[in-house]
Design a protein around this ligand. Structure first.
Ligand SMILES: *Cc1c(COP(=O)(O)O)cnc(C)c1O
Length: 405
């Protein structure tokens, strides 16, 4: 059975060019870039080239990049640094639809006594900009917002928000892990202070990330140690992986038009085909969105059952909800958007990349209708090709579902 991989927002396949670029640094190029001898010097030169490639993708200076171990570390570093460098400010603003790397951090900081404001979104997943403006106070140390939502692909007005924060003297960070490589980014033309990215979301390996830190921004390191990364992140550099991210950045820059052309066309064709299935909804604004992501709800069926059957047919996707046995807890993103219970529980995320083909989309469009109709035949909410609403059944079996309660 052939695999049709439609889960690129979870992770991407390492591109062959990226692996090729990395291999010498597992073999003959083993020097420590800090060493004074030629084995070190060669590796230091490779690091400089890789940093230039990433800086070119982001539109920033090479010295504004700090390599980290992952997107999560970049997010942690940004929050930590902004609060550490402004100890007199105790307020942090973020949104209700962030990645767990920010959400759980903010919750931790709230327990430590910081004031945290989480800005809401509308039914289409768009940020409530008025609520954001009203939330900013002289005590606000940092605003941190996702650039592109990992579940829906919806884009936030990052450039505008960064400009507003600059005006008010507030540090602005964006988790751009899903945005980098999928939409054009030119940091020089923005007021963004810090930006997180992760290698494995752009065809480099897992376990490498980077944080852009604007030149001149006060910075406190999260990892204290050696002088690496200009004293901003201790630890001997993960040379092969940094080189891999450099190659991935070059590839991303080259593939950006394809991402917004061919990939977007495949995503749209897939989505249009799925919308022909009755009681199907696309979650999130369909314009202000990444070109590769589609979050689709098949009402009256369970996301997990869909994924299970899709996987049997070779399709890898992921669920918008995170149901664990006994507690049906829909995704915090769909919940914040106010997606109704019947839709939120049947939502799945499809995320494409340049590695996908039109033939795969054709195949997926054959598999989906069969899977959904099979599951609906078993659903108590569905009879003879239409919803059969018995409202007494339309609640979760636990008190934890915030849509129902
Ligand atoms: C994947 C992801 C992260 C975490 O990146 P890791 O490298 O896996 O730690 C953070 N934010 C967003 C939006 C992501 O999609």
């Amino acid at each position: 059975m052939e695999t049709i991989y439609l889960d690129n927002n979870a992770t991407t396949k390492v591109a062959p060019e990226v692996l090729e670029a990395m291999l010498p640094f597992f073999k003959e190029e083993y020097g420590n870039p800090s060493s004074m001898h030629h084995k070190g010097g060669d590796v230091a030169a490779a690091l400089r080239r890789a940093r230039l490639s990433l800086a070119s993708l982001l539109g920033c200076e090479p010295h504004e990049i700090v390599y980290t171990s992952c997107g999560t570390e970049s997010d942690n570093t940004a929050l930590w640094s902004a609060l550490r460098t402004q100890p007199d400010k105790r307020h942090l603003v973020t949104s209700k639809v962030e990645h767990s790397a920010i959400i759980n951090n903010a919750a931790f900081l709230a327990r430590q006594g910081y004031k945290v404001t989480e800005i809401g979104v509308d039914r289409r997943g768009l940020l409530d900009f008025d609520e954001l403006k009203a939330a900013l106070t002289p005590d606000t140390a940092l605003v941190s917002l996702l650039w592109a939502n990992n579940e829906t692909g919806v884009l936030f007005p990052i450039v505008e928000t960064a400009a507003l924060c600059r005006e008010k003297g507030i540090v602005f960070h964006t988790d751009a892990v899903q945005a980098v490589g999928k939409i054009p980014i030119n940091l020089k033309e923005t007021c963004i202070d810090m930006l997180s990215l992760s290698g494995h979301k752009l065809h480099a390996p897992k376990g490498i990330g980077a944080l852009y830190v604007r030149h001149g921004l006060k910075f406190a390191p999260f990892m204290i140690g050696g002088h690496q990364e200009n004293g901003r992140r201790g630890g001997t550099e993960n040379v092969p992986y940094i080189v891999g991210v450099g190659a991935a950045a070059e590839l991303s820059e080259k593939n950006l038009p394809e991402e917004n052309g061919r990939v977007k066309a495949m995503r749209d064709r897939l989505e249009e085909g799925l919308l022909k299935i009755p009681s199907t909804i696309v979650n999130g604004d369909r314009e202000l969105r990444l070109p590769n992501t589609s979050n689709v709800s098949f009402e009256y069926v369970e996301g997990e059952s869909i994924l299970f059957h899709l996987s049997h047919a070779g399709i890898c996707a992921s669920s918008g909800s995170a149901c664990t046995s006994g507690s049906l807890e829909p995704s915090h993103v769909l919940r914040a958007m106010g997606v109704p219970f019947t839709a939120a529980h049947g939502s799945i995320r499809l995320s494409l990349s340049t590695a996908n083909t039109d033939a795969e989309i054709d195949k997926a469009l054959e598999i989906f209708p069969a899977v959904i109709s099979k599951l609906r035949d078993l659903s108590p909410f569905w009879k003879d090709g239409a919803p059969a609403l018995d409202n007494s059944l339309l609640t979760c079996d636990t008190n934890s579902c915030q849509i129902c309660n």
